[in-house]
Design a binder for this molecule. Structure first.
Ligand code: SF4
Length: 178
């Protein structure tokens, strides 16, 4: 398969009742053995709790993808920490951001303003997706410029099925808070 969903940690500052991680036995998830995938999505938990590890992993993956796929290899980050995006977006071809609280909306608005200000330097050929649950969407002011983002309305999905064209694997040692 050409797509890999890669779990790096189960740690997360949020405690969402419908979190996919509640329904998975991660000890049964296969360990990733190579990064030779055309599309890799790094997920958690919250990968940005470990920014330096994440940056190192992203650089390793991009090296492999560049050799195998040139500019067609893509690396995406799934996160709920918008505060960190301005510093770490450069490691990725795209980000899927899902705010989970009103505080997250404030962080989103600040990060969005920064990305709009520096879009020529930071955003060239980046793909940004914004997942919005209805109870979060209502807190985003109507006049917000979300032109950088592809906005997707979200609902919680029980047990979070993995799409048929993706492999779901984990790093050998899931990242833990030190
Ligand atoms: S933010 Fe995501 S990973 Fe964290 S608890 Fe909520 S659903 Fe789970």
């Amino acid at each position: 398969m050409e797509k890999l969903r890669l779990l790096v940690t189960t740690k997360c500052p949020n405690k969402c009742p419908m979190c996919c991680n509640n329904s998975w036995d991660f000890s049964k998830l296969p360990v990733v053995e190579h990064f030779n995938y055309k599309e890799i999505m790094i997920t958690g938990g919250e990968p940005l709790l470990f920014p330096e590890k994440l940056a190192n992993l992203a650089e390793s993956i991009k090296t492999v993808q560049k050799l195998a796929y040139g500019n067609k290899g893509k690396l995406f980050l799934y996160t709920a920490l918008a505060d960190m995006l301005p510093n770490y977006i450069r490691y990725f071809d795209g980000v899927v951001y899902t705010p989970h609280s009103v505080n997250d909306v404030h962080s989103l608005l600040e990060a969005n303003n920064f990305l709009l200000d520096y879009k020529d330097e930071l955003m060239e050929s980046k793909s940004l997706r914004l997942n919005l649950f209805p109870d979060i969407k209502k807190h985003i002011p109507d006049n917000t410029d979300l032109s950088l983002w592809k906005v997707k309305d979200m609902q919680w999905i029980k047990d979070c099925p993995v799409p048929a064209d993706e492999e779901f694997k984990r790093v050998a040692e899931l990242w833990e808070v030190e």
